[in-house]
Ligand binder design. Structure first.
Ligand code: TMP
Length: 238
């Protein structure tokens, strides 16, 4: 597999073309941004944690019947993935009130929700990723009703798996964001990452935040939270 030119550099990852036109290489960086790019910094070895954890979880999800873009891990920071066109939606699932939901609805952070909440945000940096509903999604031709049905069903499946998986590690899954992509043959698959950048993960006993909220909220030692997650998940000291 030959790595060719860089196609894209995002806030946390770079994407490279390969000599196979259906495969890309994703390279995870330590760079971190928050507050829609207003806060910039770096979290030591975050790229390694996010790459290893995402790949492990995507393989587990494949086994549970959720198709993903994962092909093969190439190194600590690089992974071979299927080429997709990203559906421009941030798909968020929440189990416990936190972050923007707490703010918007006045529900105290940490309140157990009576059932999981599914939200969609339109991926657009200039607009600050506004929340949209199914009618907006169809009106803007973001995806079809059948595709949104598949996305929603996969998002809940991912939630069921992740909740149980993290619970076994002594970690409470508060909420998370995932993204989906469309392959050239029209299949919707899970893409992007599942990591402490994109999940709220609280220590089940102490309630300590083991995720990017440490960075977002100027709490100390964000890297330590990421290290703790990968240690519990894969037994790896990074
Ligand atoms: P929120 O409470 O800020 O809306 O975040 C909900 C979840 O989505 C949380 O786990 C963090 C994740 N998230 C991202 O991964 N990227 C984003 O740009 C935002 C706003 C949230």
């Amino acid at each position: 597999m030959e790595k060719l030119e860089q196609l894209y550099e995002g806030k946390a990852k770079k994407v490279f073309r390969t000599d196979d036109d259906q495969l890309y290489i994703v390279s995870y960086k330590d760079d971190a941004t928050a507050l829609n790019g207003l806060k910039k910094g770096s979290i030591e070895n975050k790229g390694i944690v996010n790459n290893l954890l995402t790949n492990y979880l995507m393989q587990q999800l494949e086994e549970k019947g959720v198709p993903t873009h994962f092909v093969r891990q190439l190194s600590d920071r690089e992974t071979l993935v299927k080429k997709v066109t990203i559906v421009p939606l941030e798909v968020i699932v929440r189990n416990i009130a936190a972050g923007s939901l707490s703010k918007r609805l006045g529900i105290a952070e940490g309140t157990q929700l009576a059932g999981p909440v599914l939200e969609f945000c339109y991926k657009n940096d200039e607009l600050g990723d506004p929340m949209v509903n199914d009618y907006h999604i169809y009106a803007m031709n973001i995806c079809s009703a059948e595709e949104l049905r598949q996305i929603s069903s996969m998002a809940f499946k991912v939630n069921d798996f992740l909740k149980e998986y993290f619970s076994g590690l002594g970690i409470t899954l508060v909420d998370f964001k995932i993204e989906f992509g469309k392959t050239d043959d029209g299949k919707i698959i899970l893409a992007d990452e599942i990591s402490p950048d994109t999940c709220r993960l609280w220590d089940s006993k102490t309630g300590e935040h083991l995720d990017k909220d440490r960075f977002r909220r100027d709490l100390p030692d964000t890297a330590g939270g990421y290290r703790e997650v990968i240690k519990r998940a894969l037994g790896k000291e990074i």
